[in-house]
Design a protein around this ligand. Structure first.
Ligand SMILES: Nc1ncnc2c1ncn2[C@@H]1O[C@H](COP(=O)(O)OP(=O)(O)OP(=O)(O)O)[C@@H](O)[C@H]1O
Length: 342
């Protein structure tokens, strides 16, 4: 008898990603080095001890040896709750029980910038990056599920900042494609079930149920209300929206990069008449890139800033300079758009 369907599903998802990692390694290898002669790659699982990442750890532990991949694990102690260090040690024990090696717990200090969720995320990714460097890991697996993806799309929708923010999380991201999300097409229930049938103890993060956090409210109130109103398929539809939006956003980014050279004059200044002729989605991307290049921090540059700069092109009536974050100033001068740090 084969494994339980939930266990089969998590293993298949991880197997596919391990194959991708091995293929990438082969295609990047110097000419003449065959797969047999390449060092066995190390893949780490980022594990909070929650159901999603415990399921991921168990599937990695099962699949990696069969493919000649070394498998390890990292848990990050955010230090946000009393006893979080003990819990991290427990996660370490559970990962070792799965025969992952190396396994480590990393303590981080969470700052305040961008709010509690963003600050914890920044600290976590910095620690995971450092762990990957320290151990020479080829990839780090994250346990984000289809449900997490649906939540991310809704958060992007509420921000109202275009299809890039609707495109959610990428299956592959980070420096050199370091981060992989094998469960992005799998629902949270499957991961939880896989832990249950394998008798894997899981830890439920109290933050996940804390209504003080936006994502938690969305998970426990927003999405259930949407499912009630629109039907059960809404999570899947939102995740599909993410994929379609990502493809569209990538295409528009490419278009904007190509168009950018043709709207600059010999001195490299942006020509307003040529910008005017472009579709708004392409033009706004060029304006955003120009503002970031001039020194505006990407995270502080909102759609309303770009819309204002855009009006210098499409709604010109002699208005003055526009102030952007990072002391960047955009102004129209003799048919040219000048964006620079003031
Ligand atoms: N403290 C942590 N240490 C290591 N990795 C983490 C930690 N917290 C989150 N991660 C990684 O990020 C992924 C997403 O975490 P997040 O807390 O957003 O989602 P989740 O649905 O609660 O996941 P999980 O059930 O695995 O805790 C996790 O699956 C895990 O891979």
């Amino acid at each position: 008898m084969g494994p339980h369907p939930a266990v089969a599903a998590i293993r298949l998802a991880v197997r596919r990603v391990l194959h991708d990692i091995l293929n990438d390694q082969t295609s990047r290898a110097p000419a003449g080095r065959t797969a047999e002669r390449l060092p066995s790659p190390l893949v780490l699982v980022a594990c909070s001890g929650g159901a999603d990442s415990m399921a991921l750890a168990s599937a990695l532990a099962f699949e990696a040896p069969k493919l000649g991949v070394r498998a390890g694990g990292v848990t990050v102690d955010h230090g946000l709750q009393p006893g979080s260090d003990l819990r991290a040690e427990e996660v370490v024990v559970r990962l070792r029980e799965l025969r992952l090696d190396p396994v480590e717990s990393v303590a981080v200090t969470v700052g305040r910038e961008g709010g509690p969720e963003a600050a914890a995320r920044d600290a976590r990714y910095a620690a995971l990056d450092a762990a990957a460097e320290r151990h020479g890991a080829t990839a780090i697996l994250l346990g984000h599920t289809r449900d997490d993806q649906a939540e991310t799309v809704l958060l992007g929708l509420a921000r109202g900042s275009g299809i890039r923010s609707l495109s959610g999380m990428a299956a592959v991201s980070g420096a050199g494609g370091r981060y992989r999300r094998p469960f992005l097409h799998l629902d949270r229930q499957t991961a939880r079930k896989a832990c249950m049938v394998q008798s894997l103890p899981v830890w439920d993060d109290p933050h996940n149920a804390d209504p003080a956090y936006t994502r938690s409210r969305l998970r426990h109130e927003g999405l259930p209300a949407l499912e009630k109103a629109l039907g059960k398929g809404v999570v899947e539809a939102l995740a599909r929206t993410a994929q379609l939006s990502r493809d569209d956003a990538d295409a528009l980014d490419t278009w904007a990069r190509q168009a950018e050279t043709s709207v600059r004059d010999a001195a490299g200044l942006l020509e307003c008449a040529k910008l005017y002729a472009l579709p708004p989605a392409v033009r706004r991307r060029i304006l955003r890139r120009a503002a970031i290049e001039a020194g505006a921090p990407a995270g502080a540059l909102f759609a309303r800033h770009i819309e204002e700069v855009d009006r210098l092109i499409t709604g010109w009536r002699g208005q003055g300079a526009i102030n952007l974050p990072g002391r960047v100033v955009a102004q129209r001068q003799g048919g040219r758009l000048v964006i620079r740090q003031g």
